[in-house]
Design a protein around this ligand. Structure first.
Ligand SMILES: Cc1cc2nc3c(=O)[nH]c(=O)nc-3n(C[C@H](O)[C@H](O)[C@H](O)COP(=O)(O)OP(=O)(O)OC[C@H]3O[C@@H](n4cnc5c(N)ncnc54)[C@H](O)[C@@H]3O)c2cc1C
Length: 433
């Protein structure tokens, strides 16, 4: 392993040297898992001057909670995680009609329910497990190259890192992706706006409970996770920060054209007026008004996603997490997929069999096992947005079909143990060798 930073770090003889580009939730969890294996040299390069996440909530399905357990991060996670309150422990979300709060059904995740955290708290909690000396900040990767023996990441401060493999955990605008899927061969691959804007905000729980009661609504709608559905719009709420805050996301989608475009130069994230958000949801229920009126300065996110990529792997370089399969958040699944990737890949790289000569085959086996699932999560996440907004194919605004869909559509996603992917990839390697 070589980091050229006007100082070359000492190289101990290790089985494998791994460079990770990107220190978001996925990259840090991955680095923590690898750092437990003394035979691996692990270095993480983050563009920002420090680890950071936004002050919003993130929700995890049972599969993601399983990945967190498998990564050995359960204690750190459960210390800060929120759950649906009794007697709604198994409820992931209750679904309601947005115009009148009428209850439609609930999606149940037995034993897990809604499991959510404040993003910044979660990142801090996993960073606390990362040994010193692994993370390097202010390292924006601008290019990746490789030859038969090594792979190199180049950074915008003029330094570079050479190791046996480079793993791109660098998010939806990934720089590593250009190397894995060269534009000359695959065309330009850019994130695409989904047509959906998401307004985000947080409300102190006691404040929202009082506002709900003042509108004649049940105050339990604050703490029990809710989704309010309507034509081309929906609103979700769930508690974070040990139920002190309610995380709110309100969505509106432009379905007037198949390929909606943002205005030239429009920022993906902007602070907008409360008035704009209230106008989008004019005529919605008292509970929805109570929620939105408590968000004085919402941020508006233009939700982007990637097309399903032809591949994630090129010899000694691999992309994972949002870099490989960024998706819209309608199944609350993107960070969960990044954590599944982190567990599966770390397990395979820690196998004794995996060394600098075999690692390319290991990355290939990882891709073969993960590609179908992650593409399906991307596809169904987009479809989920359509379903919630009365635009699902064959469902539309038929509430009977909507209810049937919402009660079952997450089963395949949630009932998955990422360790099964590890076993499948190991079996593939046996076949390949
Ligand atoms: C509105 C919204 C709500 C969401 N809600 C949920 C939810 O409830 N549940 C869920 O599971 N998912 C949710 N997601 C998706 C989730 O946020 C992502 O899937 C997840 O953060 C991906 O993690 P990652 O580590 O792959 O990438 P990121 O979190 O994007 O991290 C990438 C890291 O790489 C760094 N980086 C970028 N470029 C470079 C470079 N060139 N060089 C070095 N470093 C670089 C970045 O600074 C960042 O730290 C939501 C997304 C949105 C937009």
């Amino acid at each position: 392993m070589k980091i050229n930073n006007n100082a070359v770090k000492s190289t101990q003889h290790k089985r494998l040297s791994i460079g990770i580009v990107g220190g978001g939730i996925g990259g840090v969890a991955f680095a923590v898992a690898l750092s437990r294996d003394s035979h691996l040299d692990v270095q993480l390069f983050e563009a920002a001057p420090q680890f950071s996440e936004i002050g919003a909530g993130v929700s995890f399905g049972p599969n993601a909670v399983k990945a967190i357990q498998r990564l050995g991060l359960e204690t750190s996670y459960q210390r800060i995680a929120d759950h649906s309150p009794a007697p709604f422990e198994d409820v992931w979300f209750e679904w309601r009609r947005g115009t009148d709060d009428e209850y439609l059904t609930a999606s149940l995740a037995p034993g897990v329910g809604q499991s959510s955290v404040h993003r910044a708290d979660f990142l801090d909690a996993i960073v606390a497990n990362l040994p010193e000396g692994i993370a390097h900040f202010g390292k924006r990767c601008i290019e990746v190259q490789q030859d038969t023996n090594s792979a190199t990441a180049y950074f915008d401060d003029g330094s570079h890192f050479t190791g046996d493999v480079i793993i791109g955990f660098d998010g939806i605008k990934s720089a590593v992706r250009h190397h894995v899927l060269p534009p000359e061969q695959y065309g330009e691959i850019n994130p695409v706006w989904s047509g959906t804007y998401a307004y985000r905000g947080m409300i102190p729980t006691a404040e929202l409970e009082a506002a709900l009661e003042a509108k004649g609504s049940d105050k339990r709608l604050a703490l029990v996770p809710q989704m309010y559905l309507g034509q081309d719009r929906h609103i979700l709420t769930f508690p974070v920060k040990q139920s002190q805050l309610i995380n709110v996301v309100a969505f509106i989608t432009d379905r007037s054209t198949p390929y909606p475009k943002l205005s030239e130069g429009e920022e993906w994230v902007q602070t907008v007026s409360q008035q704009e958000m209230l106008e989008v949801f004019a005529g919605w229920s008292p509970a929805c008004q109570a929620i939105l009126e408590r968000i004085p300065a919402p941020t508006r996110w233009a939700l982007h996603e990637l097309p399903e990529l032809a591949r994630y792997h090129r010899d000694r370089v691999l992309i994972v997490g949002d870099a490989a399969h960024a998706l819209v958040p309608h199944q609350g699944a993107g960070a969960g997929q990044a954590l599944e990737d982190a567990y599966v890949l770390a397990s395979l790289l820690m196998d004794e069999y995996c060394d600098r000569d075999t690692v390319s085959d290991v990355l290939s086996a990882f891709e073969q096992v993960r590609h179908v699932r992650t593409c399906k999560v991307q596809r169904t996440s987009h479809e989920a947005g359509d379903v919630y907004e009365y635009a699902g194919v064959g469902i539309g605004d038929d509430e009977t079909k909507l209810i049937e869909n919402l009660e079952t559509r997450f089963d395949w996603l949630w009932n998955h143990d990422p360790h099964d992917d590890v076993i499948a990839a190991r079996q593939l390697q046996v076949v390949l060798t």
